[in-house]
Design a protein around this ligand. Structure first.
Ligand code: FES
Ligand code: MG
Length: 601
């Protein structure tokens, strides 16, 4: 069945008998001493000399699950089926651990570890005898970390998502992991629920193994991995406990061996066209506000030009098709049963809005081919392009005197927010408001109730970008003080130089670059300053005179600049020295110069 298939890059399938990369370790007649050394320790747990020297593909299984990474922990089971798929197809499997990144547990923030996991995986893939690798992805940053590394080393690679949890329930109500926290936090702040009720409410969202069951950053990044062509079509949305998840694990293992024979590499898949498809998909699924950071980072390591103007230009006008929390009502099981990503692609394809249907995927078929005939039966969950949940649901890219670059997910704008802030007929889709400025989440918690905030205030959070926190914290979505919540005031505009959880639906202005700690004007803002947000012009400006801003800048410089807390570990210090701005994907710029490392052998 597979024999006649075109290779992922469109060239005819190659089974030429060429030696694989692993031959540099396991078949070295010119240097038998080294070959003996490379072989001896790998035999000590049972692999035979014949297997190691057979010339068969050696395939890595990059294991991201562990007891401290519960979102990805189910990969400990799935890896067994991956291994069986690899063996069935004639490969040899080497499983190894990646650096864990658990979004909900890692302090000060998991964002600090995406680049660490990336660097560690590059070293492993480059330095060991791998001909291909299965990337076991899932929780938010595990997916971009793996794809950044695969793009750098450029050996055949394929993603397998761990899959989302089952739907959470409270009686007949769906409870989405992550998303429920924002609601519970407000209810607790308003005094409507006690501590036990809060914990019970939040944990109802996590009923099984798997990653978040909402369209948070995990579901988003795995959908985008599939949209980029790096995962088997239809695989990203399968819930972790479903039998189809284990089937996908087996098929992924089989397929990577064929990819090694075909020499189907990330550089064949991660093209500019693939990234444009992913941007469109991100809007259609209501994807996370963290997606631009991660996708731009993957593009940087793949050597593909991509910036936030691309996100606005390609993605903003696309409608929201998927009715899934936080943008909608449903959860992971509904999404999967409705057809998952292929059903979304089928809508985009039918409307002629998938920019590049001919883009290659790891399956050997094009992305367009993988969506043919996949139209959903469930119109409550996946809408048609002509009758979407929201039109123009993508990000806008904002610039101005407060920052050079920030994004806003306009699909998160509620009717209440629109009525209060965006309804002036003389100034449509724009507003001015006085700022309440917080230096990090601790300052926000300490001063929220006493700060000068009313129902027309813009809440500003600074000092929480990649340098400031460090790593960049998901804390920009702030709620109003309890006294206003009790009056029904909920959606205050928020601006920050940090991030927001992908599970939050708040219409915040996020990822402001340069951050306060990098010398951005966010550091000059004071309580009571007026800020103008103008969405049609894509601008956010401080309404303070240039002379006053210059004076504040001089005073700040005199005082030694805007300082975050001191680094607590060596890695925090290295991270701060190397990391670039969020608009550029928070990558280590020097690391992007090392590309296609595997080809050096
Ligand atoms: Fe791990 Fe949401 S916290 S996927
Ligand atoms: Mg998150």
């Amino acid at each position: 069945e597979l024999a006649g298939r075109a290779a992922c890059g469109g060239s005819p399938r190659r089974r030429t008998g060429r030696a694989f990369r692993s031959a540099h370790w396991f078949n070295r007649p010119e240097d038998l001493g080294m070959q003996a050394l490379y072989i001896e320790r790998y035999m000590n747990y049972g692999i035979t000399k014949e297997e190691l020297c057979s010339g068969k593909p050696i395939v890595g299984i990059a294991q991201s699950g562990s007891d401290i990474a519960p979102c990805n922990r189910h990969h400990l089971e799935l890896a067994k089926r991956v291994r069986e798929g690899i063996l069935t197809a004639g490969g040899i499997a080497f499983e190894f651990p990646t650096h864990p990144i658990q979004e909900t547990l890692r302090r000060p923030t998991a964002a600090l570890d995406r680049n660490l996991a990336y660097l560690a995986l590059v070293e492993i893939l480059h330095a060991y005898p791998f001909d291909g690798v299965v990337l076991l992805t899932g929780c938010d940053k595990t997916t971009p970390a793996c794809l950044m590394a695969a793009a750098t080393v450029n050996i055949p690679a394929i993603c397998l998502n761990v899959g989302p949890m089952l739907n959470g329930w409270s009686r007949e109500q769906r409870v989405g992991s992550g998303s429920v926290i924002w609601k519970a936090r407000e209810l607790h702040s308003a005094g409507s629920i006690n501590a036990d009720q809060m914990i019970d409410m939040v944990t109802a969202g996590t009923p099984s193994p798997g990653h978040c069951n909402t369209m948070g950053t995990a579901s988003t990044m795995n959908a985008l991995a599939e949209a980029l062509g790096m995962a088997l079509p239809g695989s990203s949305a399968i819930p972790a406990p479903y039998r189809e998840r284990a089937h996908a694990a087996y098929e992924t293992g089989r397929r990577i061996v064929e990819m090694v024979y075909e020499d189907c590499k990330p550089s064949d898949i991660l093209t500019r066209e693939a990234f444009e498809n992913a941007i469109v998909v991100n809007t259609a699924i209501g994807g996370s506000s963290n997606a631009p950071i991660h996708l731009n980072a993957i593009a940087k390591h793949a050597g593909v030009p991509l910036d936030l103007d691309d996100w606005d230009r390609i993605g903003h006008a696309i409608p929201l098709l998927l009715n899934m929390q936080p943008a909608g009502e449903m959860l992971s099981e509904d999404y999967y049963r409705a057809g998952g990503l292929p059903a979304i692609l089928a809508e985009l394809l039918a409307a002629g809005r998938l920019p590049h249907p001919d883009a290659a995927t790891v399956s050997g078929r094009t992305i367009g081919e993988s969506a043919v005939g996949k139209t959903t039966w469930d119109r409550r969950t996946i809408r048609t392009y002509a009758d979407p949940l929201k039109s123009h649901a993508g990000f806008v890219h904002l610039q101005g005197t407060l920052f050079d670059s920030a994004i806003m997910k306009t699909s998160g704008i509620s009717a209440e927010f629109r009525a209060k802030f965006l309804s002036d007929p003389d100034d449509p889709d724009a507003f001015e408001a006085a700022a309440a400025v917080f230096d990090g989440p601790e300052d926000y918690k300490a001063r929220l109730d006493a700060a000068p905030i009313d129902e027309r205030t813009v809440l500003v959070m600074r000092g929480v970008g990649p340098l400031g926190y460090p790593g960049s914290a998901e804390v920009v979505n702030m709620h109003a003080p309890g006294r206003l919540l009790r009056l029904g005031v909920r959606d205050l505009p928020c601006i920050g130089d940090g991030r927001q959880s992908g599970t939050s639906g708040s219409p915040s202005i996020l990822n402001a670059t340069p951050e306060a700690a990098a010398g951005g004007n966010m550091a000059l803002l004071r309580d009571g300053d007026r800020v103008r947000v103008d969405l049609p012009r894509r601008r956010v400006d401080i309404l303070v005179s240039p002379e006053e801003l210059r004076a504040r800048r001089a005073a700040l410089d005199e005082a030694g600049g805007y300082r975050g807390p001191p680094s607590q570990t060596p890695w925090q210090d290295i991270f701060r020295r190397e990391v670039g701005g969020q608009s550029e994907g928070s990558v280590f710029t020097r690391a992007t110069e090392f590309r296609h490392l595997a080809q050096k052998y």
